[in-house]
Design a protein around this ligand. Structure first.
Ligand SMILES: [Zn+2]
Length: 246
């Protein structure tokens, strides 16, 4: 069977001299794993279209045991990401997130659009990496069915407090008065809590539209990272690497 779709290359591995094994976040079939013959050759017309972080129109041939990519045309290359090591590392983390959190074998239009938007904002300096990252993390977790409960303190029902504690293990909140054991919990200022709620509850087109101080962004990132770690039960190697160079 053969189908045409659009997809973002989120992982590439070399196979021999000329070929690649790719993971592609596609619009119509979610994350697919597919061979691309000749894609490693610089002379190949498919070289640019089938490189990491390229967004391309592809023809996918589904075999009994594996998939392969036939035609491929580039729609967008985030070339400015490649000129900045820090941005490139963050973009690779976005790819690892997509590989972990996006569905297989089903429509992933929302996921793809979210990841593409994140890469675009990062590439064009429209938003800082520390603002884009928690938005993508929390939204991908929510799309994967891991919706945290950020409405109020889980004990007394307070909507806000000078300090609220976010428990990544359960995705819930306790206010400063109710929080007893704080092990593993992340402290959030009022502004950081508002931002965390925004990353989960805001409309898609408003997701990246907010401002937060550096201190607030630190809290927000600490909360989203911890949440992803618990929900997906993994350490993200590309995130560790991004942190070492930041
Ligand atoms: Zn409380």
């Amino acid at each position: 069977m053969k189908y045409r779709t659009e997809g973002l290359i989120i992982k590439e591995q070399s196979i021999g001299e000329q070929d690649k094994l790719l993971h592609v976040l596609t619009k119509s079939h979610g994350v697919i794993k597919a061979f691309a013959r000749g894609a490693k050759s610089l002379k190949s017309q498919k070289y640019a279209a089938l490189s990491l972080l390229s967004y391309s129109r592809v023809t996918v041939h589904e075999g009994r045991d594996s998939c392969s990519i036939g035609d491929a045309q580039t729609i967008r290359i985030f070339s400015r990401l490649r000129q900045d090591v820090k941005k490139m590392c963050l973009a690779q983390y976005f790819c690892e997130l997509a590989l972990t959190a996006c569905p297989r074998g089903q429509n992933a239009e929302k996921h793809l659009s979210l990841v593409l938007n994140s890469l675009y904002l990062l590439s064009e300096d429209k938003r800082g990496g520390d603002l884009i990252k928690p938005c993508l993390e929390m939204r991908l977790a929510a799309l994967a069915g891991y919706m945290p409960n950020l409405l109020m303190c889980g004990s007394c029902g307070a909507y806000t407090a000078p300090v609220m504690w976010f428990y990544p293990q359960t995705g819930s909140l306790l206010c400063g008065d109710c929080a007893q054991a704080k092990s593993g919990a992340v402290a959030l200022s009022e502004a950081a809590l508002t931002a965390l709620r925004h990353t989960v509850y805001a409309d898609d087109d408003k997701l990246f539209s907010f401002a937060l101080s550096d201190e607030g962004l630190k809290m927000l990132n600490a909360a989203s990272e911890a949440y992803l770690k618990y929900r997906f039960e993994k350490e993200f190697k590309t995130l560790d690497f991004y942190k070492t160079i930041s």
